[in-house]
Design a protein around this ligand. Structure first.
Ligand SMILES: Cc1cc2nc3c(=O)[nH]c(=O)nc-3n(C[C@H](O)[C@H](O)[C@H](O)COP(=O)(O)OP(=O)(O)OC[C@H]3O[C@@H](n4cnc5c(N)ncnc54)[C@H](O)[C@@H]3O)c2cc1C
Length: 557
């Protein structure tokens, strides 16, 4: 017999922590590890059903890193990097996810991670200097510090095409790929988007689909990955000097341990340039061409040498000259993220693959069985959206964040984001962003950028606690100056020469602001270290006494 139950309303408990970290990707997990070692109580809240962030969500066929695995991994623990063995030059998504899970287990991180819970709001209470964090499960938290490790490539960008709801075929977004493998055998498939993700997924789908239509709005530069298994000898050599390798990466431009080129392409003869680009193309990787000369990202002519070389390779690989021309990008190399591929251009020689140029005829919309452009209707069984993300700010703005005096972040950023060093936001005390807008993250090895930011945040919190401060936030002046500086640095390079997701141009209505710091990771690290060494210059720090004065003033005492 069932026991009768009384219907008492459930009141979700509010838990109290020193730090709430939002997101359990590389950033959130490292924040947990680092902050826990300070003796702080920390809870990580993750919307997904697993740790891993990017590498949980982006499980489409062909997904892999484009920074070499031996560098695209945590550097904070020597034993960890000695015991882990990467199988390939560029690890695949399953291997990277296994690595993150290994880290979570090895450092016993999971016990402080709450999965399947989305943070919906975070409100700062001036009187108590505490953040109140709400979630979609009803559970809420009170915390001294909020660390937003929500990721730069988290919020999906799915264009709202007319008629999409009427489409009767299957639809997929690469960043929400089903856990079960998808079988496209015998299907007519359309892939929309030819950025980093499209370029990885297209060769894989082409192998299965009866017909594949690639819908391209912007042709992108892609360098050959030359992916291959790593040999035991290579790994042994890396591990013998891993510490030094990592230190070099930390202070490097792109977070990878390479010696930067020192000479200009103008100082080289045509033959010397050709030899340098040949060697780069043969070696492969994102920096294959752009890093051959010191002025690749600064000087338009040097940039054009490298871009011309890349376009010639496309014309060489792709048999149909018209298709090859459509695949040739017309923006400066590196002014959009440079892609890395395995047989991307070759795919267009297959009889089952058709390139559709959306610049000639944009997508009009869908009906039950077709994707319609201005000039054609393509009958499709499945559509894959490789349309990327509302990058850098999307996941932060999806949370209703309210700072001092109830100011909403969405309002504060309505004309474009603002941060100081990518980590702090004026008006939002004790809120830290891991690799936020105006940090170098998305243009460098992101894991190195994450470690730099998290280490800085941990040291900052330790400093505040040690000196009795209860709140920290950037001054408006420091924030404006930093945003201006980031703009100036970008303007001195070709990075911001083209519309891209770096400036929000891929999302209709998003304010256009170039968000990455283009001065490199090493320079950024030095700036952040100097700010800390000068007593957190540009930040306002307040202690209990100052807070008491403020409150007395407010009530007219
Ligand atoms: C396909 C792909 C390939 C990439 N390859 C590379 C590469 O080769 N090299 C490189 O440097 N970078 C690469 N990146 C960038 C990559 O995002 C970073 O390297 C890194 O994984 C980011 O880690 P993160 O912890 O900052 O963010 P994420 O891994 O995105 O984790 C953020 C987490 O926060 C969670 N979250 C967000 N909002 C909320 C909320 N409101 N409540 C609760 N949880 C929330 C998300 O669910 C997510 O799990 C790639 C990105 C993609 C998409």
């Amino acid at each position: 017999m069932n026991t009768p139950t009384t219907s008492t309303p459930t009141i979700s408990p509010t838990e109290s922590y020193d730090v709430i970290v939002v997101g359990a990707g590389f950033g959130g997990l490292y924040a947990l590890y680092r902050l826990r070692r300070l003796g702080l109580s920390v809870r990580v809240i993750e919307a997904g059903p697993s740790v891993g962030g990017t590498w949980y969500w982006n499980r489409y066929p062909g997904a892999r890193c484009d920074v070499e695995s031996i560098d695209y991994s945590y550097s904070f623990d020597e034993d960890l990097q000695q015991e882990w063995t990467w199988s390939e030059r560029y690890a695949s998504q399953p291997e990277i996810l296994r690595y993150i899970e290994h880290v979570a287990d090895r450092f016993d991180l999971r016990r402080d991670v709450t999965l399947g819970t989305r943070v919906t709001a975070a409100r700062y209470d001036d009187a108590s200097s505490r953040w109140h964090v709400s979630t979609d499960t009803g559970r809420s938290y009170v915390t001294r510090y909020c660390v937003m490790a929500v990721g730069n490539l988290t919020a999906l960008n799915t264009p709202s095409f007319p008629g999409l709801n009427d489409f009767q075929g299957s639809t997929f977004h690469t960043a929400r790929w089903p856990e079960e493998p998808v079988d496209f055998t015998g299907m007519r498939v359309g892939v929309i988007g030819t950025g980093s993700t499209g370029i990885q997924v297209i060769p894989q789908i082409a192998e299965q689909a009866a017909e594949l239509f690639v819908f391209q709005r912007t042709a992108n530069f892609s360098m050959p990955a030359r992916n291959r298994p790593l040999t035991p000898d290579e790994l042994e050599a890396v591990k013998a000097t891993y510490r030094e390798r990592r230190e070099k990466a930390r202070w490097s431009f792109a977070g990878i341990p390479v010696d930067p080129a020192t000479s200009s392409a103008h100082a080289a003869s045509e033959e010397e340039r050709r030899a340098a680009y040949d060697a780069g193309w043969q070696a492969g990787g994102a920096h294959a061409l752009i890093s051959q000369f010191a002025d690749g990202l600064i000087d338009r002519v040097t940039n054009e040498f490298a871009a011309d070389y890349a376009r010639d390779r496309i014309r060489e690989i792709v048999e149909d000259p018209e298709v090859a021309e459509t695949l040739c990008p017309d923006h400066p190399l590196g002014s959009k993220r440079i892609c890395v591929d395995t047989h991307y251009y070759e795919v267009f020689n297959r009889p089952n693959v058709t390139l559709v140029d959306l610049r000639e005829a944009p997508i009009d919309g869908f009906d039950a069985h077709h994707l319609r452009t201005a000039t054609m209707a393509y009958e499709l069984d499945a559509v894959v959206f490789a349309t990327g993300f509302d990058a850098i700010t999307g996941a932060l703005l999806a949370i209703d964040i309210r700072g001092r005096d109830g100011i909403a972040l969405r309002e504060a950023w309505s004309g474009g984001p603002g941060t100081y060093l990518g980590v702090g936001i004026s008006g939002f005390p004790n809120l830290f962003v891991v690799t936020g807008p105006f940090s170098p993250a998305v243009q460098v090895n992101v894991i190195m950028a994450i470690e730099q930011h998290v280490d800085w945040v941990a040291d900052c919190i330790a400093h505040l606690d040690e000196h009795g401060f209860i709140a920290i936030e950037p001054t408006p002046e420091a924030q404006h100056a930093w945003v201006r500086h980031v703009g100036d640095v970008a303007a001195g390079t070709l990075r911001s020469a083209t519309d891209s997701w770096w400036s929000g141009a891929n999302v209709p209505g998003k304010p256009r602001v170039f968000m990455p710091y283009a001065g490199g990771l090493g320079a950024f690290r030095q700036i952040c270290d100097d700010v800390a060494a000068r007593g957190y210059d540009g930040f306002a720090l307040s202690n209990q006494e100052a807070r008491g004065d403020e409150q007395r003033e407010a009530v007219g005492a």
